[in-house]
Design a protein around this ligand. Structure first.
Ligand SMILES: [Zn+2]
Length: 319
């Protein structure tokens, strides 16, 4: 297991799930704080996650159609306000007309959690990850899968009920596996996907298939993508990756395979790196590593034995 927590796995607030069906919840949360979620991004500034109060929000938006309840800390109820640029007439700057408060909210700086997750505090990260996941679900599930009717969020934004046929749905999560595969010389296998920048490499990964256990997915994906057979594996940790709804289950894995055969479609290049080769390729600018908020980054650092080296211009050459 990883020593410590992955950036997006930190939850320091109480999700307070039992309150989600409290009929007074909407009233209670108006004295709390709201983070802002818009199209898979969150509002943040140089100090961290931005949050506002109900006074900053147009009154007609304080409903479950626009708000999800994330939980509470000692004295504060935390919610996400889901903003949407598609339902408004936009001005010349692409901002919605209408209530000045809404315009002010849209003028906040929005950024992907992927880019800043590792820089947030534990409290901020837990709120932002949950808010992003619920926002992605709302964006994806505007219509009922059974009849095409409009879905109405309820239970604090954690359920959706069809206005026509009453079908109830819940946010779903798609499990994926990601693995740091080492050979007998303790070199690390990294692969390059066909749609990536030429220097970008990462650990092999893939979705868990229907009816499959995590361990089997590691073995299957490793063979499918790179032709290597896994002899042994060990659970490393997991973190949500709500872009839009993955849960990454990470493993350390070992192989005695010496020949790599990439699938040529998803993965077009793969090779084993010694630590020396890895460091020199980064230094030369030939290799860019996964972003700091990703579990791939932690898996690679776990193998490397510490913080990754920087390249010639002093940056870490991260994608
Ligand atoms: Zn329906």
């Amino acid at each position: 297991m990883i020593d410590g927590e992955l950036p997006l796995s930190r939850i320091e607030h109480d999700a307070d799930a039992l309150s989600r069906t409290d009929p007074d919840l909407l009233t209670r949360i108006t004295s709390g704080r709201f983070i802002l979620v818009r199209e898979n991004q969150i509002a943040a500034d140089h100090e961290g996650l931005v949050s506002v109060t109900a006074d900053d929000i147009p009154t007609d938006m304080l409903t479950w159609d626009h708000v999800s309840y994330l939980g509470k800390t000692d004295e504060t109820a935390w919610s996400a306000l889901h903003l949407d640029t598609t339902n408004f007439e936009l001005d010349a700057e692409g901002m919605p007309y209408g209530d000045r408060r809404l315009t002010a909210l849209h003028h906040r700086n929005f950024v992907s959690l992927r880019k800043i997750g590792h820089r947030l505090t534990g409290l901020e990260s837990g709120l932002a990850t949950m808010g992003t996941a619920l926002g992605a679900w709302r964006d994806d599930r505007k219509h009922c899968q059974a009849c095409g009717g409009i879905m109405a969020p309820m239970a604090g934004g954690w359920e959706g009920a069809c206005r026509d046929c009453n079908l109830v749905t819940y946010p779903r999560t798609d499990p994926s596996v990601i693995m740091a595969i080492r050979d007998q010389d303790d070199r690390l296998l990294l692969g390059h996907a066909s749609n990536w920048e030429p220097t970008r490499y990462s650990c092999l990964a893939g979705f868990v298939e229907a009816g499959e256990a995590l361990e089997h997915a590691v073995v299957r994906e490793s063979f499918e993508e790179a032709g290597v057979e896994i002899d042994r594996l060990e659970y490393f940790g997991s973190q949500p990756w709500p872009f839009p709804r993955s849960l990454m289950a990470a493993f350390r894995a070992w192989t005695t395979s010496t020949i790599i055969e990439v699938d040529g479609e998803e993965i077009t290049r793969a090779r084993f790196f010694s630590r020396e080769e890895f460091a020199s390729e980064i230094a030369a600018g030939n290799l860019t590593v996964p972003m700091s908020s990703s579990v791939a980054r932690y898996l690679i650092e776990d193998w490397y034995g510490g913080t990754l080296p920087v390249n010639r211009d002093g940056t870490r050459n991260e994608w």
